[in-house]
Design a protein around this ligand. Structure first.
Ligand code: HEC
Ligand code: HEC
Length: 302
């Protein structure tokens, strides 16, 4: 599989050398004055957002508002697991990621699948499984695929803590309503995503943080990553949502490069997502070794 891409990669390196780096067209951005400093690890604030009308997105409560009682303790524990899964729930995490690696700003960021837009609409029917899933069952999937790990049972204390945190973030949100900012940004797939174009974008816009080889950068204490890996053994597996080129592009469009969301257009987001996709990552745990190797699904498993 890897060998097949070697000619492609060397070709793309040539293209990288030949093509001058062009300036990406940008969408209008509103930079919140107090938040101009991009935060590179465990951001707690919105960094940049597309121009929005005040009140357009649901505003979750502040960390300081967590009550000072037993429920508050549970919320704080859930938050800790969410932002530092490596430290607070290591036995369930199979790779180097935390929930917050993808659900940015502690699960608050619109269009980074924020928790406040998810908790109030579950249980729902999912396309992936064609069955009705409850909120804890949905969390289990992210443990199994996005964290390439072993999901806590639905009645595990860690699960209770995560659900309590999500419920608290959704304080005063309407129930059963799909709020603006849910999931990821929409994207128009106008061309076949090109990993060759994607590599050029990756090298100029992403490698600085995620590493030349998508390996990310570890924290100084060696536990977890400051900049998470985008592929390789410590990344999400083939069954994760982000393994789909389109879903990854939707995430990237609104959120990456960190602090400069919406600076890649739809085509560029798809190209860089395709470049991520061609690299090695852990197998889909639902499939056999044989099926993983010889029955690949272009564009990713669902
Ligand atoms: C590698 C990135 C990644 C990581 C890490 C990750 N998730 Fe997710 N999560 C996703 C994606 C992508 C989706 C949406 C997938 C889809 O349905 O297409 C999602 C969806 C969800 C949803 C449902 C959102 C909705 O609007 O329905 C919840 C809840 C959730 N994740 C919780 C978690 C928790 C808790 C963790 C940590 C244990 C976690 N996730 C870790 C990528 C990730
Ligand atoms: C300024 C540093 C920075 C740059 C540049 C950057 N990222 Fe990220 N990226 C991050 C951080 C930090 C996270 C995790 C967020 C957290 O933990 O709060 C992340 C998370 C991600 C994730 C989800 C987690 C994972 O490991 O899969 C993807 C996918 C991603 N970035 C893709 C990209 C792409 C593609 C680019 C280039 C277009 C890019 N990033 C540029 C810092 C950066």
């Amino acid at each position: 599989m890897k060998q097949a891409f070697l000619p492609l990669l060397s070709l793309s390196i040539l293209v990288t050398l030949a093509a001058p780096l062009h300036a990406e067209p940008t969408d209008p951005l509103e930079v919140r004055p107090t938040l101009v400093e991009p935060q590179v690890s465990l951001p707690t604030n919105l960094v940049t957002v597309p121009v929005v009308n005040p009140g357009e997105y649901f505003v979750p409560p502040l960390v300081d508002d967590i009550p000072d009682d037993k429920t508050g303790d549970m919320i704080r524990w859930g938050r800790n697991i969410f932002v530092n899964t490596q430290k607070y729930a290591p036995r369930y995490a199979g790779n180097g990621l935390n929930c917050v690696s993808c659900h940015l700003s502690e699960g608050r960021q619109p269009y980074a699948a924020p928790l406040w837009s998810a908790y109030p609409i579950y249980p729902i029917q999912r396309n992936k499984t064609k069955t009705v899933v409850t909120f804890p069952q949905r969390i289990q999937d992210c443990f199994k695929y996005s964290l390439d790990g072993i999901a806590p049972t639905v009645d595990a204390p860690e699960m209770d803590a995560l659900v309590t945190y999500a419920k608290w973030l959704s304080t005063a949100a309407p129930v059963g309503v799909v709020l603006p900012g849910r999931g990821f940004a929409s994207i128009k797939k106008t061309h076949d995503p090109s990993p060759i174009e994607g590599e050029i974008i990756y090298k100029s816009r992403c490698a600085l943080c995620h590493g030349e080889n998508g390996e990310g950068q570890k924290n100084r204490d060696g536990v977890g990553y400051m900049f998470p890996p985008l592929w390789g053994t410590d990344s999400f597996n083939r069954a994760a949502g982000l393994n789909k080129v389109k879903t990854a592009a939707q995430f990237i469009k609104a959120n990456m490069p960190l602090g400069a969301g919406y600076t890649l257009n739809d085509d560029e987001s798809l190209d860089v997502a395709a470049y991520m996709w061609i690299h090695f990552r852990p197998d889909d745990p639902r499939k056999s070794f044989f099926m993983n190797r010889f029955a690949p699904k272009p564009g990713g498993a669902n």
